[in-house]
Write a protein that binds this ligand. Sequence first.
Ligand code: G6P
Length: 608
Amino acid sequence: MCGIIAYIGDRDACPILVEGLRRLEYRGYDSAGITMQQGDELATIKVAGKISELARTLKSTPLEGTCGIAHTRWATHGAPSQINAHPHLDTPETIAIVHNGIIENFYTLKKWLIGEGFEFRSDSDTEVLAHLIHYFYKNSLEDAVQKALLEVSGTYGIAVMSSLEPRKIVGARNGSPLVVGVGEGENFIASDVTAILDHTRQIIYLDDREMVVVDADNIEVTTLERKRVHRKPEEILWSAEAVQKGGFPHYMMKEIFEQPRTIRDSFSGRVIDETGKAHLGGLNIPMENLQDLSRVIITGCGTSWHAGLIGEYMIEEFARIPVEVEYASEFRYRRPVIDHNNLAVVISQSGETADTLAAMREAQKGGARALGICNVVGSTIARESDGGIYTHAGPEIGVASTKAFTSQVTVLTILSLLLGRLSHLSEAEGRRIIRALKRIPDQVQSILDRAHEIEKIAKLYYKHNNFLYLGRGYNFPVALEGALKLKEISYIHAEGYPAAEMKHGPIALIDRNMPVVFIALRDSAFEKVINNIQQVESRNGRIIALATEGDDVVAQWAEHVFYLPATIEPLTPLLSVVPLQLLAYYIAVERGCDVDQPRNLAKSVTVE
Ligand code: G6P
């Protein structure tokens, strides 16, 4: 996904901008570019490909100056190429813009601008904005940006500069995040705090339809209608080092290994041992409303949706409230029936996923209260939801989500416990769940300590082109998540299925070349899963199984067994997903794949 960083101050801007772009690499991108105020002109360099390519070009053609904007692009309109990369400039090259989002009426605007005599160089929707700002420019960049944005429909986070007003950068946001980093004698604009955390921890978050004008010493936030907005900076508490790899070869590996801590952080201070109850500070919903819920709607995309499926099982089991889980992209467009007694639980690691945000707004429009489960503090979903629970997993850089998933499931456990204890769940049951939850971090650690066992299996299977993942009950969503991890980072076709559904189609695929990963734990579905294992074994399928420590049945049928410590059934996903994350990781490494930035994927999908 696209990334923005802009700098104005008295330091050499170029290294700050390039380093900022590097920090945004994890979002996924296909081209990069930079514009600097050099003397009284704008100087621009753009490349198709990686930031290292941009850095190489800048070595041979250095840009100097103390004010500049930079961008990593993830193609939406027009191919990934140098010409379509940002910044985009007007024809006389006095105005430069970087943009995240999509200008939806760009075609109409482009046609009109061409009629007015403007010439276009690229296929990018963003170029329309550069010419439009030029069209409106009289003597104030912010006035021209405002007028241009009033003509635009769609989403944007932008940073704009002009050689006509060299000590100024204008930013604006609508539907695509933008923050201002407050420095001393210098200021920053970025799409993501990660880009500027080396320089400042004081952050001002812009809301939709807001603009900002920054110079080295001043920051002025206004609405798009130019009404002054007074907003204090917020302090970011996590360190820049937290986003480094911490000695691991890949961010994904580091994040898998962080899970004992991140799971603990997700429940710490939120459960009460003595009463078997949960306490969630940010819910913002009166207890009597929570007791009266007629339905819970859970929505999200990708891995967050899988966490939602586990949440469904838990809320129904603990609190006996009907739950519906739906892909955000479907929910937003299908005219769902919603009422005031519904609670929408909106799950998003980034808090910026366009479909999830739209689904939340749809639920709120229908009268439901929205509860955001987000990882990124200050993200749009976190701010627009009626109440929220942060997952506290810390920044997740690897595109394939791992620690965010286990934190989401942990938070959903606590929410289910809270709802359960308001109705059906006894104190003893509540206490039993808390006791089991508190053992999970050490149990995850014991799995990670045996990562080499999974690595061995990966080395045997990495050349296969298809995988099947089967599980039941609480571990059906884990089968989906295991398959998703594998396809995301190793480009192997993998499908997750409820184990019993296998006989309705996938069984036709089983032969010697089809590895089947079974989650066959000692839970209520155990006997039935064993039946499915036998069906696969008798058709020569190759079985890799997860089983519970002490079990001696699974090994009779499976070629490889990885044992997991025992826990209560609803918490098994927090353990069973870990070896599946590791399996995907090691297979991708064996295949030589770019684990942290898989092709075609983005960390935060802020377009539809
Ligand atoms: C992208 C990411 C996935 C993620 C999904 C939802 O597809 O690559 O890892 O699960 O978006 O993201 P969210 O930030 O809303 O959880």
